[in-house]
Design a protein around this ligand. Sequence first.
Ligand code: SAH
Length: 210
Amino acid sequence: MTSQRTRARLIQRLEESGIRMPELLDVIRRLPRHLFVDEALASRAYEDSALPIGHGQTISQPYTVARMTQALMEPSKPDTVLEIGTGSGFQTAVLASLVRRVYSVERIGALLERARERLRQLEYRNIRFRHDDGALGWPEYSPFDGILVTAAPRGVPRALAEQLALGGVMILPIWEGDAQVLLRVTRTPQGFEQEVLESVSFVPLVSGVS
Ligand code: SAH
């Protein structure tokens, strides 16, 4: 169930869906996604689907993780990335394998602690975690070359836009009525450019901590 063949099939699927960055595909091929879900769901860990991780949250679908990471890195590879919504830590691990430093903020303390322990065991040393409302960003370490948000707000959170470096890119899902779209926001000398990438479905961004 966690065999090389099952993983190879997932990678092939991602390639067929338009994921073209060889380095990114390689990172996902090597990551043990079964360690990011409950044991009872481990047999489904290499399917291209979102799975429950408790507290009403989900680990994102591998395609979505890959698509967002590619969209973040396509213009140029960021050096520092702020991630909002650590969840299982899977997206965090993908980012930390590709960039120099990742800052990850999660509002649910229990999920954050589990993700922190998982990533420690996998020997990632370039991630800083914070238990807080991610809509506030992480001003102490700003500006960030990249920001990736994995829960959907109603509009682009102002604090996050302000913590983006000049030339930096933010990838985030945002509500449009009852549906969501994935946005790429780029900070330019003139202000912010927005580009709609595709339809997506994320859990909502919730304020406060728990
Ligand atoms: N990338 C994660 C996705 C988890 S789902 C993964 O693949 O595992 C989205 C996560 O965003 C949830 O863990 C949820 O608790 C968190 N979240 C929602 N609102 C938040 C907020 N305001 N600040 C920080 N995290 C938030």
